[in-house]
Design a protein around this ligand. Sequence first.
Ligand SMILES: NC(=O)c1ccc[n+]([C@@H]2O[C@H](COP(=O)([O-])OP(=O)(O)OC[C@H]3O[C@@H](n4cnc5c(N)ncnc54)[C@H](O)[C@@H]3O)[C@@H](O)[C@H]2O)c1
Length: 450
Amino acid sequence: MKITIFGSGYVGLVTGACLAEMGNHVVCYDVDKHKIETLQSGGIPIHEPGLDELVHRNAKAGRLQFTTNVDLAVGHGTLQFIAVGTPPGEDGSADLQYVVQAARAIGERMTDYKVVVDKSTVPVGTGDVVESTVRQVLQSRGVQLDFAVVSNPEFLKEGAAIDDFMKPDRVVVGTSDERAVHLMRAVYSPFIRNRDRLLVMDRRSAELTKYAANAMLATRISFMNELANLAERLGADIELVRQGIGSDPRIGMQFLYPGCGYGGSCFPKDVKALIHSSIEVGMPLKILGAVEAVNEWQKRTIVDKVIARFGADLAGRRFAMWGLAFKPGTDDMREAPSLTIIRALCERGASVSAYDPVATREAQRNLGDVKGVTYASGADAAVEGCDALIIVTEWKEFRSPDFAMLRTTLRHPVIFDGRNLFDPALVREEGVEYHCVGRQQPTGGANVRN
Ligand SMILES: NC(=O)c1ccc[n+]([C@@H]2O[C@H](COP(=O)([O-])OP(=O)(O)OC[C@H]3O[C@@H](n4cnc5c(N)ncnc54)[C@H](O)[C@@H]3O)[C@@H](O)[C@H]2O)c1
């Protein structure tokens, strides 16, 4: 099948590469010249495990092509996937300008039947907007062509994106157009051979399904974060509580880890966008408002613990930070808690020596305006000359540190762990003061902000 993808970011590039791997002929189009040049010259603009190999193999086989030529892009695919960004606007609503641009570009150039497949995460009703945009452009051209608009939300996780795309839990297809359903089934059938996981529904329900999924996951995280803060005050251990509730199959173990808040390109903006949609229709989602507020609070709890330990004036203090990306396996820094924490520490006069296995370049782009941040080439190098260590991202390489080295290198052998990587008793046996989330805290280390 001939397929075009609008947008060659995390979703577009993974989608394009995986569809090409199944034998389709895919053209990935992007307005970002630099990104396309990087891809054309064999580079991969993002960090995603396994993606470089997949892209190179399919590009070499002639099934995957990258272009900034929109005529070529629209002319190529019967299926036109839209995988452009939908960033939050100032009021929290999803900014649909890139989606509408893509729809217009398709309408302006199409000469035969197209299925416009919306893979970007978009508010309910955006499919209608895309449909009317294409229709209006066709009318202004004075041509009559059949087309369908399908909602096909993407559920991949950065860091495991290829696996998720290749073995989806479900594929949601929102349309009432039979011809489009047939084509979507044909495209996805190689990915769901062992069990039919294609859920066909109306377009609005498909659009809402994506927001509902992310809202539910964000809710679990904020729920656990709030309980963790309570556990600290009550002298309970959230890790034991997590196991105690997660073993109930009605609850399950996934997404029950407390930490220093969720970030990334999806949860924060999707929660905001769904809240915005709910307010617009006079049905404000109270639970999601709390989910967001708890998350904002949680990103600051590590800073509170640092202040409780070292005082409000952090001038002259230097903190090592392990992990910058919003989660392991990616270089994505969008809404990463590390950004909030670094800014808050530097505002109080501290400096930060940061290390992340892959996200340094993205962090530099995001923190260019912040004075006092330097980037180390490794975890051990990061702690040199520092007062204490703060852990923000749970990369595997941070899981078994050399505590003796930390004890002797840090000016104060103190760890603030935003991801609960270690057994508190074990760390303390190593002679290191350990502040974590929702587990026993050293005296004075409790969540102190009121
Ligand atoms: N990143 C994720 O984990 C993830 C998961 C599921 C869904 N999504 C959703 O998928 C969408 C894309 O997310 P992403 O993370 O891939 O974004 P991204 O920022 O990595 O990529 C978007 C790309 O679209 C390009 N673009 C913008 N306007 C364009 C246009 N008119 N024509 C062609 N290209 C254009 C940009 O240059 C950019 O390269 C968003 O709606 C997001 O919410 C993301």
